[in-house]
Design a protein around this ligand. Structure first.
Ligand SMILES: Nc1ncnc2c1ncn2[C@@H]1O[C@H](COP(=O)(O)OP(=O)(O)O)[C@@H](O)[C@H]1O
Ligand SMILES: [Mg+2]
Length: 459
């Protein structure tokens, strides 16, 4: 504002008026002039004040604008959701993060109750906020926002808001979208689980490897003595026959009385009769030891020879036939097998696995009134676009496996069978074979009783 020319102010009284008056008139004129000067000075001061106020106002205005700009930029860069409400929960202010999430412009959000943005399940929880914040803030309360595309879980903090005079006028909600966080947490959890699983497998593989070396040594040491026991027992069988022939001949030639008496005293007749079952028993024992040694060698030998394509259905059928042949005529065996299913691997080893599984099922059914085995073979498409998997399931209606033993059954030498009946090597050997084929072998209990053994192999 320009400062006006003071001198150009027109005088309220004509300048010539009273010039010719007497003294008293001159005094009055002087007072009036002084009055005028005073008025003009005051006006001048007032005007200067006005100019100063104007400048101050302009400064304040630009500071206010800068503050507004600052707050807007902070609100805009917040990734958390901000909702400012009055005490009844009507929205007064939101930030762009909420507009983006809900897909609604600020104008249509203002004035609505904030609860309208939430899913029905959290309404009750959110309605308690107004009461709660009178005493304390709300921390990390999980609410679900009905966002534009999907529901978004938010971890919400809610605090009270006061006016300049300290009266409670509303509340401020800040929500952090936790969906991403939760997904990351789940992925982490899964990775951790897989790591633990891999670690367990590694430990088990290491255990198996050292056991394998030990067992190979033991089997080697046992093999020699057992083969000569086996051979000798066969020879003893033959010698027994010759002795019998000789004794019969002596008896027939009417021997002297002294010889007859000696024969009776030494009970040669009974001895010769006993020799046969004795030798047969020894042979059976030797055979059993030989089988165990064979199992042990197989357990420790691992992979041998080339892999080839073979028909798994045929292998499964013959394995079942061998095991069930002539035994347990009462066991009902139900098969669900496809026509043909070719896989790559060692047919002989897979044959052995199937035999082990079916033999175990038969063993478990010994005291069951209506024993049943169900064997199924399917091809599964793996979940994560991996290669398809062949799954063989062997179910029985026996007593099942104790929960605590579900993992132990694959340990070498773990058996619940009486001594002489179980070596505890069947499942352990099978486990080795199946993992060498890149598959998995596991045991579980069926919901309606009985055990289920599952072999999965890459198709
Ligand atoms: N179908 C099944 N039902 C119940 N228990 C089973 C079954 N299959 C295996 N088991 C348990 O697993 C143990 C180990 O089996 P395995 O390794 O074949 O050795 P073994 O048959 O010589 O005992 C068995 O002793 C038994 O306790
Ligand atoms: Mg067995």
């Amino acid at each position: 504002m320009d400062k006006p020319e003071l001198d150009s102010h027109p005088s309220p009284i004509a300048p010539s008026a009273g010039r010719d008056r007497a003294r008293p008139g001159i005094d009055a004129d002087g007072r009036q002039d002084a009055l005028w000067i005073e008025v003009i000075r005051k006006m001048d001061e007032t005007y200067a004040d006005l100019v100063r106020y104007q400048v101050e106002l302009e400064e304040k205005n630009s500071a206010l604008e800068a503050a507004h700009q600052f707050i807007s930029s902070v609100l805009a860069s917040m990734t958390d959701v901000l909702i400012v409400c009055d005490i009844k929960g009507r929205i007064e202010e939101v930030n762009p993060a909420l507009e983006t999430l809900t897909g609604l412009p600020e104008e249509s959000l203002i004035g609505r109750p904030f609860q309208a943005l939430l899913t029905r399940e959290c309404l009750e929880l959110a309605s308690g906020f107004a009461e709660k914040i009178r005493n304390d803030a709300v921390h990390d309360c999980e609410l679900t926002l009905r966002a534009a595309r999907e529901e978004v879980p938010l971890a919400v903090n809610c605090t009270s808001r006061y006016d300049a005079r300290g009266r409670l006028v509303g509340m401020v909600l800040i929500g952090r979208p936790v969906g991403e966080l939760r997904r990351a947490y789940e992925a982490l959890n899964q990775a951790h689980y897989e790591l633990k699983q891999a670690q367990r497998q590694l430990i088990s593989a290491e255990k198996m490897a050292s056991l394998g070396r030990l067992v190979a040594g033991v089997a080697h040491e046992l093999n020699n003595p057992i083969s000569f026991v086996y051979g000798n027992v066969h020879a003893m069988g033959r010698y027994r026959k010759r002795l019998r022939t000789y004794c019969d001949a002596v008896d027939a030639s009417d021997p002297p009385e002294s010889l007859k008496a000696l024969k009776a005293e030494l009970r040669i007749e009974r001895l010769l009769d006993d020799l046969d079952p004795l030798i047969r028993g020894t042979l059976e024992g030797a055979e059993r030891v030989r089988d165990v040694v064979q199992d042990l060698r197989r357990f420790s030998s691992g992979q041998q020879g080339e892999r080839s394509r073979f028909d798994l259905v045929h292998v499964v059928e013959t394995a079942i036939h061998w095991v069930t042949k002539g035994k347990h005529p009462a066991v009902r065996v139900e098969l669900e097998l496809p026509e043909r299913l070719e896989i790559l691997g060692h047919a002989g080893q897979i044959h052995q696995v199937v035999m082990n599984l079916v033999q175990n099922a038969l063993d478990a059914l010994e005291e069951v009134a209506q024993p049943e085995i169900r064997i199924r073979l399917d091809v599964l498409q793996a979940a994560r676009s991996g290669p398809p998997v062949v799954r063989l399931t062997v179910d029985d209606n026996g007593p099942g496996i104790a929960e605590a033993d579900l993992l132990r059954v694959f340990d070498p030498f773990f058996t619940t069978k009486p001594v002489g009946q179980g070596t505890g090597l069947g499942l352990s050997i099978s486990y080795g074979i199946v993992t060498d084929h890149g598959g998995r072998l596991r045991a579980e209990n069926r919901a309606d009783g009985g055990a289920r053994l599952i072999m999965e192999l890459p198709a």
